[in-house]
Structure formats: structure tokens, C-alpha cells
Design a protein. Structure first.
Length: 275
């Protein structure tokens, strides 16, 4: 039984503000340990329930945040950037389930460090006309390969979002959102137990299902008009409003590759404090 963990950091135990997740800061160094602890707790539950091979795909920022030296020795870790499928690299390798660990709410919604791919330039994303977080986008890609979402962890807003896009998944709330930069947090000793139990129980969902390929449309809204103009030069991308662009793709995999290009172009068009 082979499982993929897509491990983001904003939804990890204790994380509440920018310095907790920005590589190089003292706070980031501190929270790397708690992030790794969350992953190890999930690994313990997965292996206890019959997983035989677990690949942990680093999905946050530099994608070099987890402490390999502290990782459960039974796991394998994919680290580093510029992976073709980004947060979902490995979903096409015949896995029987995927875990969304440390996820967060999407751009334009309440939640600790809520965003979708870009930290603050994107104010909304829609997948087939439905507001979409990273979790919803990634769940659609998982469905394309017939891979069930087993577990989602993060704050209460993340779990509420996941109830819609992954209704059968185990949900583990490690903190309660108070504001974008504040939360009521549980200590690592408590979240570890919750994550391990949730992961163990989630293995009942493991097993490849029927694939659901098909065309998808993604629409992106930015906080400034020049970002829409910059990204509209990409072939297949159309400017649909002053701050909006949209595109269609024959599959979710292709849609997410195009979305990566859109976000990369937008990030490159940001100019200092004026955005």
C-alpha cells in the first residue's frame, strides 16, 4: 500500500505568521522541527495501518523545510523545487492515497496565512466556477489519477473547506483561526496524537479508484490590473476582467501546469512596495 504525503507548512502545528514559514528566519528554524513532527505523526499512523511505502513531497515555498535527519526512517522524502507537478509530484506514480498535511484556506477566505500559491497577489481562484483553495485544486488532480484524499490537516477553516472537496477524508484540526496572523494552537504533544490517530483511521479509504479525467477551467483574480495584463500574454490565457484572467485545459494536470506559469509570470511582474 503506497501513500503520498503533500506537506505544506502554513497549516502545521503552531504556525501563525510570516516568520514561522519564511526560510532563513529564526522562527522558521524553530517551526521546521514542529513541521517535521507533524509529518512523523502522520507517518506513524499510516504505517501502523498497513502502509508499506510513503513518499513525503515537500510542498512549501523553497520545498526544503523538513528535517531529513529527523524524519521517520521508513519514509522517503522528495525535496527541492521545480517539480513538474509541484505540490502533487508523485500522484502519477501509482499511489493508493494522498494526505494533505499542513494545508490552509484559499485566497480571499478567512484562515491562518490563507492564500493560493502566491502569498498576497492573488485574491481569488475558481475551478470550474467554484472558489478553489490549493486543497481543492490538488484534490481535483488526485481524482484525475483515481487517488483518494485520505486526510487533511490544518486550521478549522482548512478543515471546513475540505469537507466540501474531500467529504470522506479524515480531518485533523491543529489550531483555530482567530485572524490571518493569530490562532488558538494545540501543543505538539496533542496534535501528534490527533494526527497519528487520523492517519491510522484514514487508511480505510486507501485504494485506487476510477479515474476522472476531463477538461477544466481556472479563473484567477489579482490585486492589481497589471498582473492580469502580464499573465494574459500566455497562450490560452484570456483577460476576462480588469484584474482577472481565465484559461481552459484538457486535463487537470495540464490546467495546473498552466496555473504554475500564470503564478510565475505574476510573481515576476510585482515591483517593490507598489506590487
Amino acid at each position: 500500500m503506497r501513500i503520498l504525503i503533500s506537506a505544506d507548512m502554513e497549516g502545521a502545528t503552531g504556525v501563525t505568521w510570516t516568520d514561522d514559514v519564511v526560510p532563513g528566519s529564526p522562527q522558521w528554524q524553530r517551526f521546521r522541527g514542529m513541521f517535521t513532527g507533524d509529518v512523523n505523526a502522520v507517518l506513524a499512523g499510516l504505517y501502523a495501518a498497513g502502509a508499506t511505502d510513503v513518499l513525503v513531497n515537500e510542498a512549501h515555498s523553497s520545498q526544503r523545510n523538513l528535517l531529513l535527519e529527523d524524519l521517520d526512517e521508513r519514509a522517503r522524502m522528495l525535496t527541492g523545487r521545480h517539480k513538474p507537478l509541484s505540490m502533487m509530484q508523485g500522484i502519477d506514480s501509482g499511489v493508493d492515497g494522498v494526505v494533505f498535511l499542513g494545508y490552509h484556506a484559499g485566497a480571499g477566505f478567512d484562515g491562518v496565512l490563507s492564500h493560493t500559491y502566491l502569498e498576497n497577489q492573488i485574491t481569488g481562484v475558481w475551478l470550474d466556477d467554484v472558489p478553489a483553495s490549493e486543497g481543492r485544486l490538488n484534490a481535483a488532480m488526485a481524482a484525475e489519477y483515481g487517488v483518494p484524499v485520505l486526510l487533511v490537516s490544518g486550521d478549522d477553516q482548512t478543515c471546513e473547506d475540505a469537507r466540501d472537496y474531500a467529504p470522506d477524508a479524515e480531518l485533523v484540526q491543529v489550531k483555530e483561526c482567530v485572524s490571518r496572523y493569530a490562532a488558538i494552537c494545540l501543543p505538539p504533544a496533542r496534535t501528534a496524537k490527533l494526527l497519528e490517530t487520523g492517519a491510522r483511521e484514514s487508511m480505510a479509504l486507501a485504494g485506487r479508484a476510477e479515474r476522472t479525467p476531463g477538461r477544466h477551467r481556472i479563473e484567477v483574480e489579482f490585486d492589481a490590473s497589471h498582473l492580469a495584463q502580464a499573465t494574459a500574454v500566455i497562450p490560452t490565457v484570456e483577460q476576462t476582467g480588469t484584474r482577472r484572467v481565465a484559461f481552459e485545459a484538457p486535463s487537470m494536470t495540464e490546467a495546473m501546469k498552466a496555473f504554475k506559469v500564470v503564478t510565475a509570470i505574476a510573481a515576476g511582474a510585482v515591483q517593490g512596495i507598489y506590487g
